[in-house]
Design a protein around this ligand. Structure first.
Ligand code: CA
Ligand code: CA
Ligand code: CA
Length: 125
C-alpha cells in the first residue's frame, strides 16, 4: 500500500511539473512574436554584411553588420518582408532625409533613391 501511495505521489509531481512548464513556453513564444522581417545589406545587390530587424532602431551607431563592420551610414540595399512599411532615416532618432520600403518589397540599390550610405535609424514596426 505504501509503495502505491508513493508512485501516485510521484505522478502528481510530474504532472504539476508539466503544468508549470506551459506558461513559461507561452511567454517565450510571445517574446519572439515580432519576426525579423526587415533586412539591410552593406552593399547594393544584397551583398556583404547584413542586419535583420524585428523592431525600430533609433541609432545604427551602436550596431555592426554581420561581418563586424559598422552599420551606420553604410546601408545600400534592403528587403522588407513585413506587412508594413519600414522607414529609413539619414539621421539617428528618425531625423533628416527619409526613405521607405513598401510592405513586401525589396530594393537592390538605394543609390538611385539618393540614399546610399545614409541610413542611421529605422522605424515603422
Ligand atoms: Ca541601434
Ligand atoms: Ca546618416
Ligand atoms: Ca533603388
Amino acid at each position: 500500500m505504501r509503495k502505491i501511495a508513493l508512485s501516485v505521489g510521484l505522478a502528481a509531481v510530474a504532472t504539476a511539473g508539466l503544468i508549470a512548464a506551459s506558461p513559461a513556453a507561452t511567454a517565450a513564444e510571445a517574446g519572439t512574436q515580432a519576426t525579423a522581417c526587415f533586412t539591410l545589406w552593406q552593399t547594393a545587390g544584397y551583398n556583404d554584411g547584413s542586419r535583420s530587424f524585428s523592431g525600430n532602431d533609433n541609432d545604427f551607431g551602436n550596431n555592426n553588420w554581420s561581418n563586424g563592420k559598422k552599420s551606420n551610414d553604410d546601408a545600400n540595399s534592403g528587403k522588407n518582408a513585413c506587412s508594413h512599411r519600414v522607414y529609413l532615416y539619414a539621421n539617428s532618432n528618425y531625423g533628416g532625409q527619409s526613405y521607405y520600403l513598401q510592405a513586401n518589397s525589396s530594393d537592390s540599390d538605394f543609390g538611385n533613391n539618393s540614399f546610399s550610405n545614409k541610413a542611421s535609424s529605422l522605424n515603422g514596426f
